[in-house]
Design a protein around this ligand. Sequence first.
Ligand code: GCB
Length: 592
Amino acid sequence: MTTTPANFNSEIHRVDFLAPYAEPQANAESFFDLGTRPVESLDGPWHFAIDPFDTCLRARWFEEKYADQAGRPCPTDFSFDEWEEVPVPSCWNVLKPEWKWFEGSGVYVRNLDFHPGESGERVFLAFAGAAYAAYVFLNGDYLGWHRGGSTPFRFEVTGKLKARNRLVVVVRNAREVENVPTNNFDWFNYGGLHRGVGLVRLPATFVKAASVTLVPDGSFSTVAVSVTVDGAERDGQARVEIPELGFAGSLTVAGGVGSAEFDVTPQLWSPDNPKLYDVVIRYGVDEWSDRIGFREIRVDGNEVLLNGVPVFLRGVCSHEESDLHGRSLTDEEIRETFRIAKEMGCDFMRLAHYPHSRATSRIADEVGVMLWEEVPVYWAIMFDSPSTLNDADNQLRELILRDRNRASVIIWSVGNENADTDARLAFMSHLADTCHDLDPTRLVSAACLVNPVIPAISDRLVDKLDVIGLNEYYGWYDPDFDKLPALFANSHPSKPVIITEFGADATPDLRGDADELYTEDHQLQIYQRQIEVLSTIDYIKGATPWIFYDFRCPRRTHVLQGYYNRKGLLSPDKTHRKLAFTAMQNWYQSMM
Ligand code: GCB
């Protein structure tokens, strides 16, 4: 690439300005889960500027050319060290009123001091999530990019760090048609380094991935462990220990991978008894550990069995949002959401429509809430684009690799409300296969649409799913309630069904007649009628009404919506409980 001696006009002819950054890409191949490894946090204040015209990437600001070859000073369009500071993690949209609706590039800059550790150590930059794409530069060199706004990624920086370093990260949340989700979706497009950043030091050969799980054979006494190592020492023995159970075993690693089954009888994890064990895996000088619960989830006919016992999943859908922090929820906010959900009688939550933070499933493990985790294969994405499939499949893999040791996670969802076309069937079948291949111990589902011609469950994707998710809005988008019983009379599923959405908008505190749109009374009536029908259908094994709390939504301009989707059972700040909250609470408590 030719550059002018200085910065002047170096970028103006660059039309396809992202092309030079297509490689390398951080993805599921380069990802490793941290377990409980120590992380040197790089969170805190970073210099930041929004960059609406992507000029950092076009004009290569990260090279920081302040002079020409003769050393004469040249002007720049940036001043990294004088830029204001913003906290990382955060979403820029909630930091300043004038950034609220901003979509595009934001440039983050931070200095980083580094003291080398033990000889042979390997060093990685660990990003927990950047929405939507991140382009990462260290000391002027391009490390690579990551695509997908909700999953974690890593860059190895071994040998690249000096005593003092400059880290520049361009985060870009422009809505693009080939992305997952595409350019049209029903939630707020938060941008930024919205999850933490850290530095991780590991031995030359380390445990890159480990899966520790109860074998779902009904015996509750076999634990399967698989290990992948990264580094030169690819053959050896891994030690597995569960100290509280007095268990120690070993498995052979050959060519970097190894797996074994052990006779272990742990106490079973469940929402009533969210028991977790420390699990330690040693390989060479490396030690990986995590807190892991053991439980079995499977289906039998129309039943969902948790630890062999048929259950009804008493759930609710939730976005990841707080008025104050956007998508960068604090642990306290996550705990509060689970606390209120449990008060409503829930033991299950559908995390819509993208991977929520790593902390969410870890907290769910602790407090005992089962989870549905989803990738944003939402509405009409580009089902015939290989690049879109690659993005969706990679997000799914990163999510599974991140969360497959979480007992709380019982279902992987490959998408939401996608019309049943051939291209979509091939795309989502591929994703369902990815789930089953990577994780044979959990259920695979998707939130499907009702057949629009004759109300019935007739989505062809159902053959690929273990559990059928079904969204229906009778009483709201389709006011004809008679179709709800007709839908169930017309359907004869051979698998369990979860009603993954139903609901209605209600402006918090707005009261009126039961047939007056946007009132809490109207929402309540729809809930009552839904519950009356749903509770009589024997193949329905769970419900997750839409949605736990009102959330920001640029598509919702009605004066009673005010740019919020008002289908929450709670107000956006989660303090006000709408009337329908109690209807759900009564229903769920009647099953407990
Ligand atoms: C749906 C979508 C959800 C929307 C909801 C609504 O079917 O799955 O993302 O927010 O309807 O409120 O329209």
